[in-house]
Design a protein. Structure first.
Ligand code: ZN
Length: 343
């Protein structure tokens, strides 16, 4: 039985029993009390540049995404800049494969240089990995005994990073998640006098079934085996914090978690445990494809579903969201929440 000293229930003053709903009654009220923000500057758009122009064209499974010639990459960069995006993340798709990648290729260095020159305000981040270049499609080089040669792999990452930074990249992103590569890239950059060049590390990359459309786009599907020997078991979350700690100690300026939507718990834990770190999250190709495939069938509403997904990643604690939907999202007015298209 209620007594005089009990605190009032939240609904006690309203004859209609209204409580938190009062602050949801109009777009202006909802805007006022919104607790997370998402702006174009938080988003990074991946771009794929091909060496062989005949391979340019739509990417299977990735709505509105194309493999680009150098000219088209510059056009996409101009668009990203006009929309105020945080930046673009550039992946090279070479025409030829090799067991021991020595270079990112003239085509990619040219794309970097042209983006730098023609869209100077756009932040240009470049991917540093070996899988698009190796004939076996793995993120490492193999030694004569058939096992990964980690030292040679680290040297190759360092070489590619220095080359890309020299061409005009403003941030390099070693993505192989192979032990020691972040430190190797930091060391190579510093030795080349590029002490100012920031590194975004793929610190937590779960071995995932959600990378398929990306691998098709980057032509980087492993020819044998899988990547579970260097990427993280999706069952693990505490290990992710150890990976982040290691990468920060090796000189990472930004740490990344992926796949973002499937690791919102990891993003939230990282935000809590590394409050001063800048955290990026990659909304990966399979996550993007699932949404767009459902939207094509009219099972979900595309703009609101994309909007909600990107907010979820931000809400979990990511400072930066890398998504194939960056240009799309920034091109539309924000869908008003709690109206048509939502439940
Ligand atoms: Zn790779």
């Amino acid at each position: 039985m209620a007594c005089e000293n009990d605190p009032p229930t939240p609904f006690a003053s309203s004859p209609f029993g209204m409580g938190p709903m009062r602050l949801r009654r109009s777009p202006a009220l909802r805007r006022l009390v919104r607790q997370t923000n998402l702006l174009p500057r938080h988003l990074v758009q991946p771009l794929f540049v091909v060496e062989d122009a005949t391979l340019a064209g739509p990417i299977d499974g990735l709505r509105d995404q194309r493999r680009l010639t150098v000219d088209q990459a510059v056009e996409a960069g101009v668009r990203a800049q006009r929309l105020g995006l945080g930046g673009v993340l550039l992946f090279g798709v070479p025409a030829n494969k090799t067991p021991h990648p020595e270079t990112s290729g003239d085509f990619l260095l040219k794309a970097i240089a042209r983006l730098r020159a023609e869209v100077p305000e756009l932040l240009l981040i470049t991917d540093v990995c070996l899988c698009p270049y190796t004939e076996h499609g793995h993120c490492c080089v193999y030694g004569g005994d058939g096992s990964p040669d980690l030292e040679a792999t680290r040297r190759a990452y360092g070489r590619l990073a220095v080359e890309q930074a020299g061409a005009g990249a403003q941030m390099v992103a070693p993505s192989g998640m192979i032990d020691g590569t972040v430190g190797a890239v930091r060391g190579a950059l510093d030795a080349a006098g590029m002490v100012h060049m920031p590194i975004m590390a793929y610190s937590v990359k779960h071995a995932s079934g959600l990378y398929g459309p990306f691998r098709g786009a980057a032509n980087s599907t492993p020819g044998f085996g899988d990547r579970r020997w260097h990427q993280m078991d999706p069952a693990n979350a505490r290990e992710a914090l150890a990976e982040i700690e290691l990468d920060l100690a090796q000189g990472a300026d930004i740490v990344m978690v992926k796949p973002a939507v499937h690791a919102l718990d990891v993003i939230a834990s990282a935000r809590r445990d590394f409050p001063r770190a800048t955290i990026a999250a990659y909304h990966v190709s399979g996550e993007f494809s699932m949404l767009s495939a459902a939207a094509e069938r009219r099972w979900v509403d595309w703009p609101t579903a994309l909007h909600e997904t990107l907010y979820a990643i931000r809400r979990a604690g990511a400072d930066i969201v890398i998504t194939y939907g960056a240009i799309d999202w920034a091109s539309r007015p924000e869908p008003e929440q709690n109206c048509s298209g939502t439940t």
